[in-house]
Ligand binder design. Structure first.
Ligand code: ADP
Length: 504
């Protein structure tokens, strides 16, 4: 102790200028010197520490451990730091504790062994470390992917755990990367453009959507929030990235649903419109198409009433037939309209049954006879007497009478209309062959469209419905309707039904 008092000036000179606390203890761990920084740090008056045991500076709970530590240290007698790796606490005079880092330096002076402790109050540093570790934890454990990259080179500086997990890259791999390595279709120039407002200070945050590619090649949609920040003394961008696969899927599902509903609505509207059009058309057709036959009927009735003589029976019959024919014609138009409505609303039900073909053909021809023009003749099909058909009888009648009426309508006087029945292996076909006006080649592809009427047919009455519904009904029953035609020469319409429906 004396030695120190003797040399106190030198000690003071050496130790007062430093901000670290310096405490010298002898072998018995009594304090023989302390600089003012140490006194202040521990809350003692000047010189108050002299002669006190080192223990006064060590919290009770560490004292025992400290003794062991100190002994071991003295035995090894080497310069060392205490507290670098340990969490050392020191005790102030007022009983409060504070964290310290202690460096120990044993030396000999005048035959005595001393030990000099360099004490640094690390309260501030500990606080900073705690704060930092708090932020580091948030950074690392965030469920958003966080990427930090250099503002100049765009090289990644740091990425968090979630980024590693979702991309499948290791931290080492990331070190050689810049965002263009993981963001699809993004060059450095694109990035430069995107980051401009941050660089210029125009904006403090940027939000963008993109596609990120994992190491295994799979891609996922992301939302990026970008900010300019400082890492140490260099500028860096911090990108918070959220995997928005679920959101995208949800949006996609929603979009698809909206699309489907819109489509359903569009169809329903189109159907509604079609039915509306049909009604309008029906009304205008009623006024046009019904007028001529009705006035024909009217004329015939007027004439009928004039033929009172018994000898005029032939004339009466002619007019009665005309009336019958025109009423049937009107009935057909009405049936066509009803058919369209039923087909449109899906209300058609078919009744397939067995019936003799000849009976139906005879009826159709008989009814058509009344519409024949002067000199027109219908050739009956040959050898059909034994044929029984399994089909919807009403539909076959509707189709055949439509075809036959057309053949009559679109053929001039003095022509022949032939009905030919052919039995093939898989089908039974009935052909109606006429020598009429034919269908212009360029219009043939439209002829089965509803309401379509060829240019050369417009002077003849018609609705453009018959062929359309005939074809639809036949196809619904696995049959078909086709034609060949040449303008001014004639047409051949062929209806076929599958042979399974036909039993001899
Ligand atoms: P509509 O005869 O009432 O006009 P259809 O649907 O039966 O309606 O026929 C559609 C169109 O096909 C007719 O307007 C006509 O142009 C043409 N067509 C149908 N059958 C014949 C035929 N046998 N000869 C010439 N053209 C025909």
């Amino acid at each position: 102790m004396r030695v120190f008092q003797d040399n106190s000036e030198i000690f003071n000179l050496l130790s007062e200028g430093v901000s670290e606390g310096i405490i010298v203890v002898n072998k018995k761990q009594e304090i023989v010197a302390a600089n003012s920084s140490a006194e202040e740090m521990f809350g003692y008056e000047p010189d108050e520490l002299y002669g006190k045991s080192l223990n006064v500076l060590i919290p009770q709970k560490y004292r025992h451990g400290h003794d062991e530590h100190y002994k071991g240290f003295m035995q090894k007698r080497e310069k060392r730091q205490m507290g670098k790796s340990l969490d050392l606490s020191a005790l102030r005079k007022d009983g409060t504790e504070f964290p310290v880092e202690v460096g120990l330096n044993p030396f000999e002076l005048a035959g005595e062994t001393y030990s000099m402790a360099l004490v640094i109050d690390i309260t501030e540093r500990k606080l900073r470390e705690k704060e930092l570790s708090h932020w580091a934890k948030i950074f690392n454990e965030s469920l958003s992917e966080i990427y930090i990259f250099d503002a100049k080179t765009y090289a990644f500086i740091n990425v968090n755990k979630e980024a590693l997990r979702n991309t499948g890259y290791s931290f080492e791999e990331f070190k050689g990367f810049s965002p263009k390595n993981i963001i699809c279709n993004y060059s450095d120039d694109d990035f430069h453009e995107l980051l401009k407002p941050l660089q210029s200070g125009e904006q403090v945050k940027i939000k963008s959507e993109s596609l990120l590619q994992r190491k295994n090649g799979t891609k996922y949609p992301i939302e990026i929030h970008l900010q300019l920040s400082m890492v140490g003394d260099r500028e860096a961008y911090v990108a918070m990235v959220m995997d928005i696969t679920d959101r995208k899927n949800y949006t996609k599902r929603l979009e698809k649903q909206v699309e489907e509903r819109t489509e359903e609505l569009r169809k329903a509207l189109a159907k509604e419109k079609e039915l509306g059009e049909l009604k309008t058309r029906f009304l205008s057709l009623v006024s046009h198409e019904f007028k001529t036959p009705l006035s024909g009927i009217m004329t015939s009735i007027t004439l009928l009433s004039k033929y009172t003589e018994t000898s005029q029976q032939e004339k009466r019959e002619k007019h009665v037939n005309t009336i019958k024919g025109k009423v049937r014609y009107l009935n057909n138009i009405l049936n066509d309209f009803l058919s369209v409505e039923r087909l449109e609303t899906g209300k058609v039900t078919y009744k397939v049954e067995k019936f003799p073909l000849s009976k139906l053909v005879n009826e159709v021809i008989y009814n058509a006879n009344m519409l024949l023009k002067t000199g027109q003749k219908i050739n009956y099909p040959e050898n059909i007497d034994g044929i029984n058909v399994w089909f919807d009888e009403k539909i076959m009648e509707l189709v055949l009478s439509n075809l036959l009426h057309n053949a009559i309508k679109y053929s001039p006087e003095e022509t022949v209309i032939s009905i030919i029945v052919k039995q093939e292996k898989y089908k039974l076909s009935i052909q109606i062959v006429d020598q009429g006006i034919g269908i212009p080649l360029k219009e043939q592809k439209h002829i089965f469209n509803r309401y379509y009427r060829a240019e050369n047919a417009l002077l003849t009455q018609g609705t453009g419905i018959g062929l359309n519904i005939a074809k639809q009904h036949l196809e619904n029953l696995k049959g078909s309707l086709e034609f060949i035609s040449e303008e001014n020469k004639g047409s051949t319409f062929t209806m076929s039904i599958p042979v399974e429906t036909q039993v001899k």
